[in-house]
Design a protein around this ligand. Structure first.
Ligand SMILES: Cc1cc2nc3c(=O)[nH]c(=O)nc-3n(C[C@H](O)[C@H](O)[C@H](O)COP(=O)(O)O)c2cc1C
Length: 328
């Protein structure tokens, strides 16, 4: 690790324990995060993979890889493909299953310090519900209900395209998820993401996270066939940022109208402090960072440091001061 990055991490550690520094902490549906920067699902392993590269304890939260009741091997063929300013992935929810996660990975994740958010997925409603029952009794801080994965043939995004289907699943999971806040992760591929958001709010979501990846594809022109065995994959990275930002901006209005005031966690192409500030200004209470970590593993630390410097320069005490939504 570079000397500069060492110093940056040391400064963040120092500021977290100082009374004079801006307060970066946020409260998402009752879960207190020390800052608004969360590792996005599927892009940060289970924390241990990055422990030698950075001080993982400085993050606000970590979302796990999408978890299903039983383990899954994931998709065959090519799984990752770079595009201009973006990344296509077709991982297909490879994971070891919720019981194995709780037994083997959760104790390590827990001791790291950041809030632990379990990304829950499934092929059918009953699988989500059974998974939620187990997670509800575990030591995770929050469930992120993944109704937006475009890389599986059954389930995943299929639950997040239609308001009625989404609401039925959120209600079913909400019923068994009594001890943990429920954040629902939305798909930008829904014909009306705002109708799905409203349905999830009515069905009892405590927070919304958005967006998951955009359905997209690539063709290998040498072999004259689609790159991915599943044909379609999910697009993420800087290419999607302005679209994701616009969705957050518009959904903020929807949430305000619903008068629930539930928090929005913004995701999509966030690659540096300015991107994160844009999402916080647009109405996100926190942000998740995914693809950018692959090209620069220090991105999230740089974002935390950049937000702190921005707040200091603009004489802001609390993270909520960054939002510009009360002016619009
Ligand atoms: C390799 C890869 C795997 C992912 N796996 C999951 C997953 O298991 N569950 C999920 O909800 N989102 C998953 N995502 C989506 C990200 O969490 C995030 O919503 C999306 O990539 C947009 O953010 P980004 O542009 O910062 O990457 C994955 C993304 C990538 C690139």
């Amino acid at each position: 690790m570079s000397e500069i990055m060492n110093q940056t991490q040391e400064n963040i550690r120092h500021d977290q324990s100082s009374d004079n520094s801006p307060n970066l902490s946020v409260n998402i549906a009752g879960v207190k995060l020390r800052n608004p920067v969360i590792a996005a699902s599927g892009t940060f392993g289970s924390g241990s993979e990055y422990a030698d590269i950075m001080d993982v304890s400085l993050l606000g939260g970590i979302c796990t890889k999408g978890l299903t009741l039983s383990g899954r091997p994931g998709n065959t063929g090519v799984r990752i493909w770079e595009t201009h300013s973006g990344l296509l992935n077709s991982i297909g929810l490879e994971n070891s299953g919720i019981p194995a996660f709780i037994e083997k990975q959760l104790p390590y994740l827990r001791h790291l310090g950041p809030a632990v958010i379990a990304n829950l997925s499934g092929a059918e409603s009953n699988e989500y519900v059974k998974g939620a029952v187990l997670l509800n009794e575990s030591s995770i801080d929050m469930i992120e209900l993944n109704i937006s994965c475009p890389n599986v043939k059954v389930g995943g995004m299929a639950f997040g395209l239609d308001p009625g289907t989404a609401a039925a699943l959120v209600s079913a999971v909400r019923r068994v998820c009594r001890h943990k806040p429920l954040m629902v992760k939305l798909s930008p591929n829904a014909p009306s993401i705002s109708a799905v958001a409203q349905a999830c709010i009515n069905a009892g979501a405590d927070a919304l996270s958005l967006i998951n990846t955009f359905k997209a594809m690539a063709i290998d022109v040498v072999n004259r066939k689609p790159v991915f065995d599943n044909i379609s994959a999910g697009l993420s990275g800087p290419a999607v940022k302005p679209i994701a930002l616009n969705i957050v901006w518009e959904l903020f209005e929807k949430v305000k109208e619903s008068k629930t005031g539930i928090p929005i966690v913004g995701i999509g192409g966030i690659s540096g402090p300015e991107d994160a500030l844009e999402f916080l200004m647009a109405g996100s209470s926190a942000v998740q960072v995914g693809s950018a970590t692959f090209s620069n593993p220090h991105t999230m630390i740089e974002i935390i440091d950049g937000i702190k410097k921005y707040m200091t320069a603009n004489k802001m005490q609390n993270i909520g001061d960054i939002s510009i939504r009360n002016k619009w």
